[in-house]
Write a protein that binds this ligand. Structure first.
Ligand SMILES: [Mg+2]
Length: 194
């Protein structure tokens, strides 16, 4: 069975980090014009104060999976071995990153009841993971895979198709796109067998 590494943040769920940030700032930032990978980089000198409050919050409280994510993943799990691989390190408050790890574990455990927790991988350096297919919103995290799917996010949406083509990367905008790429042939074969 081929293996798939699936990222968590901005692929499985958006969490509620944006809401927490907006509540703190008191306004909605212009997300379309944020070029940083980490949205919190817009905080400037308020960063320490923000993280001091943020360290005890759960980014996944009431968070939901992205549309179609559950069904597509469940269908994928019939044909592929699925590993969820997510970075939990909070660079700004590294001593408290264990809180994030627990919150992530709880979210995955509760939301993805068909994936064994043994397949949850908590790692900042995803290059050590040797999976056939990698799905992530960060280009450096999908390097080395045979099939590389880049999930569209605010920080990668301007990477041109030619640039992605050069690196053999396929852009996906949602879970329906992932389904088309990874499942359509499988399901056709299944129907032929039947
Ligand atoms: Mg991500």
């Amino acid at each position: 069975m081929k293996t798939i590494m699936v990222d968590m943040d901005d692929v499985l769920t958006y969490g509620n980090f944006s809401e927490i940030l907006e509540n703190y700032l008191g306004y909605i930032p212009d997300y379309d014009n944020i070029k940083h990978y980490y949205i919190q980089d817009i905080l400037g000198e308020k960063k320490n104060d923000f993280f001091n409050k943020f360290k005890d919050m759960n980014m996944y409280d009431n968070a939901t999976l992205l549309p179609n994510c559950y069904d597509v993943l469940k269908e994928l799990s019939k044909y592929y071995k699925i590993y969820i691989c997510t970075d939990y390190i909070w660079q700004e408050i590294i001593a408290y990153a264990g809180n994030n790890l627990k919150n992530k574990y709880d979210f995955l455990f509760q939301q993805l009841d068909f994936i064994s927790p043994k397949n949850f991988i908590f790692a900042a350096d995803k290059s050590i993971i040797n999976c056939d297919i990698k799905i992530d919103d960060k280009i450096s995290n999908i390097e080395g895979a045979k099939i590389k799917l880049l999930f569209t996010a605010w920080h990668n949406k301007e990477v041109a198709k030619e640039e992605l083509d050069k690196q053999n990367i396929i852009r996906v905008n949602n879970w329906e796109d992932i389904k088309k790429i990874l499942l359509e042939n499988k399901e056709k074969k299944e129907r032929c067998k039947g």
